[in-house]
Unconditional design. Structure first.
Length: 295
Protein backbone atom coordinates (compact mmCIF):
# COMPACT_ATOMS: atom_id res chain seq x y z
CA UNK A 1 0.00 0.00 0.00
CA UNK A 2 1.37 3.44 -0.87
CA UNK A 3 2.44 6.15 1.52
CA UNK A 4 -0.58 8.26 0.56
CA UNK A 5 -2.87 5.54 1.92
CA UNK A 6 -0.98 5.64 5.18
CA UNK A 7 -1.29 9.41 5.39
CA UNK A 8 -5.00 9.39 4.75
CA UNK A 9 -5.42 6.70 7.37
CA UNK A 10 -3.98 9.19 9.86
CA UNK A 11 -6.34 11.94 8.71
CA UNK A 12 -9.36 9.67 8.83
CA UNK A 13 -8.52 8.32 12.27
CA UNK A 14 -7.58 11.78 13.52
CA UNK A 15 -10.92 13.38 12.68
CA UNK A 16 -13.11 10.34 13.25
CA UNK A 17 -11.69 9.03 16.49
CA UNK A 18 -10.80 12.06 18.54
CA UNK A 19 -10.80 15.55 17.02
CA UNK A 20 -14.56 15.66 16.59
CA UNK A 21 -15.46 13.69 19.77
CA UNK A 22 -13.11 15.97 21.70
CA UNK A 23 -15.50 18.87 21.10
CA UNK A 24 -18.77 17.06 21.86
CA UNK A 25 -20.70 18.24 24.90
CA UNK A 26 -20.85 14.66 26.10
CA UNK A 27 -17.14 14.08 25.68
CA UNK A 28 -17.05 10.50 26.86
CA UNK A 29 -15.07 9.05 23.96
CA UNK A 30 -11.55 8.66 25.27
CA UNK A 31 -9.14 7.39 22.61
CA UNK A 32 -7.09 4.52 23.97
CA UNK A 33 -3.53 3.59 23.22
CA UNK A 34 -2.54 0.22 24.62
CA UNK A 35 1.12 0.93 24.05
CA UNK A 36 1.25 3.98 26.32
CA UNK A 37 0.01 4.84 29.77
CA UNK A 38 -2.74 7.42 30.13
CA UNK A 39 -1.97 11.00 31.03
CA UNK A 40 -0.47 10.83 34.50
CA UNK A 41 -1.42 12.41 37.77
CA UNK A 42 1.43 14.90 37.38
CA UNK A 43 -0.47 16.73 34.65
CA UNK A 44 -3.94 15.89 36.00
CA UNK A 45 -3.13 18.10 38.98
CA UNK A 46 -3.05 21.19 36.80
CA UNK A 47 -6.85 21.18 36.50
CA UNK A 48 -7.23 22.36 40.10
CA UNK A 49 -5.52 25.77 39.87
CA UNK A 50 -2.62 27.63 38.31
CA UNK A 51 -0.09 27.39 41.10
CA UNK A 52 3.38 26.27 40.07
CA UNK A 53 3.25 23.67 42.83
CA UNK A 54 0.57 21.82 40.89
CA UNK A 55 2.68 21.60 37.73
CA UNK A 56 5.26 18.95 36.90
CA UNK A 57 8.54 19.70 38.64
CA UNK A 58 10.55 22.45 36.98
CA UNK A 59 7.65 24.06 35.10
CA UNK A 60 6.15 27.49 35.70
CA UNK A 61 2.67 28.42 34.50
CA UNK A 62 3.59 31.97 33.50
CA UNK A 63 6.36 30.59 31.25
CA UNK A 64 4.15 28.04 29.51
CA UNK A 65 4.08 28.36 25.70
CA UNK A 66 0.82 29.78 24.40
CA UNK A 67 1.06 27.96 21.08
CA UNK A 68 2.66 24.55 20.55
CA UNK A 69 3.06 23.14 17.03
CA UNK A 70 3.95 19.52 16.35
CA UNK A 71 5.28 17.65 13.33
CA UNK A 72 4.09 14.09 13.92
CA UNK A 73 6.70 11.60 12.77
CA UNK A 74 7.76 8.01 13.36
CA UNK A 75 4.53 5.98 13.32
CA UNK A 76 5.74 3.48 10.71
CA UNK A 77 9.17 3.12 12.27
CA UNK A 78 7.55 2.59 15.67
CA UNK A 79 5.44 -0.23 14.23
CA UNK A 80 8.32 -1.81 12.30
CA UNK A 81 10.50 -1.97 15.41
CA UNK A 82 7.73 -3.94 17.13
CA UNK A 83 6.91 -6.24 14.25
CA UNK A 84 3.53 -4.56 13.82
CA UNK A 85 1.70 -3.39 10.70
CA UNK A 86 1.74 0.24 9.63
CA UNK A 87 -1.99 0.34 10.49
CA UNK A 88 -1.21 -0.49 14.11
CA UNK A 89 1.51 2.14 14.08
CA UNK A 90 -0.86 4.87 12.94
CA UNK A 91 -3.57 3.72 15.35
CA UNK A 92 -1.04 4.15 18.15
CA UNK A 93 -0.13 7.55 16.70
CA UNK A 94 -3.76 8.66 16.72
CA UNK A 95 -4.04 7.63 20.36
CA UNK A 96 -0.96 9.73 21.10
CA UNK A 97 -2.59 12.73 19.40
CA UNK A 98 -5.63 12.53 21.65
CA UNK A 99 -3.49 12.30 24.76
CA UNK A 100 -1.29 15.16 23.61
CA UNK A 101 -4.24 17.50 23.07
CA UNK A 102 -5.61 16.52 26.49
CA UNK A 103 -2.27 17.36 28.08
CA UNK A 104 -2.20 20.77 26.40
CA UNK A 105 -5.70 21.58 27.64
CA UNK A 106 -4.83 20.56 31.19
CA UNK A 107 -1.65 22.63 31.09
CA UNK A 108 -3.70 25.59 29.82
CA UNK A 109 -1.84 25.84 26.53
CA UNK A 110 -4.54 27.57 24.44
CA UNK A 111 -3.38 26.86 20.86
CA UNK A 112 -2.10 23.61 19.36
CA UNK A 113 -1.18 23.03 15.70
CA UNK A 114 -0.74 19.56 14.22
CA UNK A 115 0.86 19.00 10.81
CA UNK A 116 -1.19 16.10 9.44
CA UNK A 117 -1.00 16.30 5.62
CA UNK A 118 1.36 18.33 3.44
CA UNK A 119 0.75 19.72 -0.02
CA UNK A 120 3.48 17.43 -1.35
CA UNK A 121 1.39 14.39 -0.44
CA UNK A 122 -0.88 15.01 -3.42
CA UNK A 123 1.84 13.79 -5.79
CA UNK A 124 0.47 10.27 -5.79
CA UNK A 125 -1.60 8.16 -8.26
CA UNK A 126 -4.97 9.81 -8.94
CA UNK A 127 -7.04 6.69 -8.27
CA UNK A 128 -5.55 6.34 -4.79
CA UNK A 129 -6.09 9.99 -3.97
CA UNK A 130 -9.69 9.91 -5.24
CA UNK A 131 -10.51 6.85 -3.15
CA UNK A 132 -8.98 8.26 0.01
CA UNK A 133 -10.61 11.68 -0.39
CA UNK A 134 -13.97 9.92 -0.70
CA UNK A 135 -13.22 7.86 2.41
CA UNK A 136 -12.25 11.00 4.30
CA UNK A 137 -15.47 12.75 3.32
CA UNK A 138 -17.71 9.83 4.28
CA UNK A 139 -15.96 9.45 7.62
CA UNK A 140 -16.48 13.12 8.43
CA UNK A 141 -20.17 13.02 7.50
CA UNK A 142 -20.85 9.90 9.53
CA UNK A 143 -19.00 10.96 12.65
CA UNK A 144 -19.28 14.72 12.94
CA UNK A 145 -22.52 14.61 14.94
CA UNK A 146 -25.01 17.46 15.38
CA UNK A 147 -23.88 18.71 18.77
CA UNK A 148 -20.50 20.30 19.40
CA UNK A 149 -19.41 21.76 22.69
CA UNK A 150 -18.83 25.45 23.30
CA UNK A 151 -15.29 24.94 24.50
CA UNK A 152 -12.94 24.13 21.62
CA UNK A 153 -12.48 25.63 18.19
CA UNK A 154 -11.28 23.59 15.21
CA UNK A 155 -9.66 25.20 12.18
CA UNK A 156 -8.23 23.43 9.15
CA UNK A 157 -5.61 25.32 7.15
CA UNK A 158 -4.17 24.47 3.75
CA UNK A 159 -5.30 24.52 0.14
CA UNK A 160 -8.90 23.37 0.46
CA UNK A 161 -9.50 23.96 -3.26
CA UNK A 162 -7.74 20.67 -3.95
CA UNK A 163 -10.51 18.81 -2.15
CA UNK A 164 -13.89 18.12 -3.80
CA UNK A 165 -16.60 20.70 -3.08
CA UNK A 166 -18.57 18.23 -0.96
CA UNK A 167 -15.60 17.70 1.35
CA UNK A 168 -14.98 21.43 1.48
CA UNK A 169 -18.53 21.82 2.78
CA UNK A 170 -17.99 19.26 5.54
CA UNK A 171 -14.83 21.07 6.63
CA UNK A 172 -16.63 24.42 6.52
CA UNK A 173 -19.41 23.01 8.72
CA UNK A 174 -16.92 21.91 11.38
CA UNK A 175 -15.25 25.31 11.41
CA UNK A 176 -18.58 27.14 11.44
CA UNK A 177 -19.89 25.07 14.36
CA UNK A 178 -16.87 25.85 16.54
CA UNK A 179 -15.78 29.32 15.39
CA UNK A 180 -17.04 31.15 18.49
CA UNK A 181 -15.46 28.75 20.97
CA UNK A 182 -12.61 30.32 22.90
CA UNK A 183 -11.28 27.89 25.51
CA UNK A 184 -8.96 26.02 23.17
CA UNK A 185 -7.96 26.24 19.51
CA UNK A 186 -6.87 23.22 17.50
CA UNK A 187 -5.33 24.07 14.10
CA UNK A 188 -5.03 21.10 11.78
CA UNK A 189 -2.74 21.62 8.77
CA UNK A 190 -3.99 19.63 5.76
CA UNK A 191 -2.80 20.09 2.18
CA UNK A 192 -0.62 22.77 3.75
CA UNK A 193 2.68 24.24 2.55
CA UNK A 194 4.58 26.95 4.38
CA UNK A 195 5.99 28.20 1.09
CA UNK A 196 2.57 28.33 -0.55
CA UNK A 197 1.20 30.16 2.49
CA UNK A 198 3.78 32.93 2.04
CA UNK A 199 3.14 33.08 -1.72
CA UNK A 200 -0.62 33.47 -1.32
CA UNK A 201 -0.05 36.17 1.30
CA UNK A 202 2.20 38.08 -1.11
CA UNK A 203 -0.34 37.73 -3.91
CA UNK A 204 -3.10 39.10 -1.69
CA UNK A 205 -0.95 42.07 -0.70
CA UNK A 206 0.05 42.71 -4.33
CA UNK A 207 -3.62 42.82 -5.32
CA UNK A 208 -4.37 45.32 -2.56
CA UNK A 209 -1.51 47.53 -3.74
CA UNK A 210 -2.75 47.27 -7.33
CA UNK A 211 -6.28 48.23 -6.26
CA UNK A 212 -5.01 51.19 -4.24
CA UNK A 213 -6.18 49.74 -0.94
CA UNK A 214 -2.60 49.54 0.35
CA UNK A 215 0.59 51.45 -0.39
CA UNK A 216 3.74 49.44 -0.98
CA UNK A 217 5.66 51.49 1.58
CA UNK A 218 3.07 50.55 4.21
CA UNK A 219 3.78 46.83 3.95
CA UNK A 220 5.08 45.54 7.28
CA UNK A 221 5.61 42.22 9.01
CA UNK A 222 2.21 42.54 10.67
CA UNK A 223 0.54 43.15 7.30
CA UNK A 224 2.07 39.96 5.94
CA UNK A 225 1.14 37.98 9.06
CA UNK A 226 -2.45 39.13 8.68
CA UNK A 227 -2.54 37.55 5.22
CA UNK A 228 -1.18 34.17 6.33
CA UNK A 229 -3.57 31.32 6.97
CA UNK A 230 -2.74 31.37 10.67
CA UNK A 231 -4.35 34.81 11.02
CA UNK A 232 -7.36 32.88 12.32
CA UNK A 233 -5.64 32.54 15.69
CA UNK A 234 -5.27 35.30 18.27
CA UNK A 235 -1.82 33.81 18.90
CA UNK A 236 -0.58 33.26 15.33
CA UNK A 237 3.05 32.30 15.87
CA UNK A 238 4.06 29.10 17.70
CA UNK A 239 6.27 29.52 20.73
CA UNK A 240 7.44 25.91 20.58
CA UNK A 241 7.66 23.51 17.64
CA UNK A 242 8.25 19.84 18.41
CA UNK A 243 9.33 17.21 15.88
CA UNK A 244 9.52 13.57 16.86
CA UNK A 245 11.49 10.59 15.53
CA UNK A 246 14.90 12.21 15.14
CA UNK A 247 14.43 14.21 11.93
CA UNK A 248 16.12 17.64 12.15
CA UNK A 249 14.01 19.75 9.81
CA UNK A 250 10.61 21.46 9.74
CA UNK A 251 9.55 20.09 6.33
CA UNK A 252 7.79 23.10 4.80
CA UNK A 253 5.60 23.64 7.84
CA UNK A 254 5.31 27.06 9.52
CA UNK A 255 8.13 28.86 7.70
CA UNK A 256 7.23 32.50 8.33
CA UNK A 257 5.55 31.77 11.65
CA UNK A 258 8.60 29.96 13.05
CA UNK A 259 11.06 32.86 12.73
CA UNK A 260 11.50 33.03 16.51
CA UNK A 261 9.96 29.72 17.47
CA UNK A 262 11.94 27.51 19.82
CA UNK A 263 12.61 24.17 18.09
CA UNK A 264 12.69 20.89 19.97
CA UNK A 265 13.76 17.64 18.30
CA UNK A 266 13.50 14.25 19.95
CA UNK A 267 14.45 10.74 18.84
CA UNK A 268 11.25 9.41 20.39
CA UNK A 269 8.77 8.13 17.80
CA UNK A 270 5.40 9.86 17.90
CA UNK A 271 3.37 6.95 19.38
CA UNK A 272 5.80 6.86 22.32
CA UNK A 273 5.75 10.63 22.88
CA UNK A 274 3.96 10.79 26.20
CA UNK A 275 3.78 12.82 29.37
CA UNK A 276 7.44 12.53 30.35
CA UNK A 277 8.58 13.48 26.84
CA UNK A 278 6.30 16.51 26.70
CA UNK A 279 7.34 17.69 30.14
CA UNK A 280 10.98 17.38 29.07
CA UNK A 281 10.26 19.49 25.97
CA UNK A 282 8.52 22.12 28.09
CA UNK A 283 11.38 22.22 30.57
CA UNK A 284 13.82 22.74 27.72
CA UNK A 285 11.63 25.54 26.37
CA UNK A 286 11.32 27.29 29.73
CA UNK A 287 15.07 27.16 30.33
CA UNK A 288 15.85 29.03 27.12
CA UNK A 289 16.37 32.76 26.96
CA UNK A 290 14.07 34.02 24.21
CA UNK A 291 15.65 37.23 22.89
CA UNK A 292 13.87 37.49 19.53
CA UNK A 293 17.09 38.56 17.81
CA UNK A 294 18.20 41.01 20.52
CA UNK A 295 21.37 40.56 22.55
Amino acid sequence: MSIINDIWLIIKELLVKWIIPLFYISSNNNVSNNNKSSVGSEIEATTSDDRDGDLPEGLRQEMMPRHVAVILDGNRRWAKQRGLSFVEGYEAGVGAMGEFVSMCIKLKIPVVSLFAFSSENWRRPKNEVDFLVDLFERSLKDNMGPTLSRDGRVTIIGDMTLFPTSLQKVIKDIEEATKHNTKFHLILAMSYSGQNDIVQACQSIANKVKEGVLKSEDITNSIIEHELETKISDIPNPDLLIRTSGELRISNYYLWQSAYTELYFTDTHWPDFGEDDFVQALRSYQQRGRRYGAK
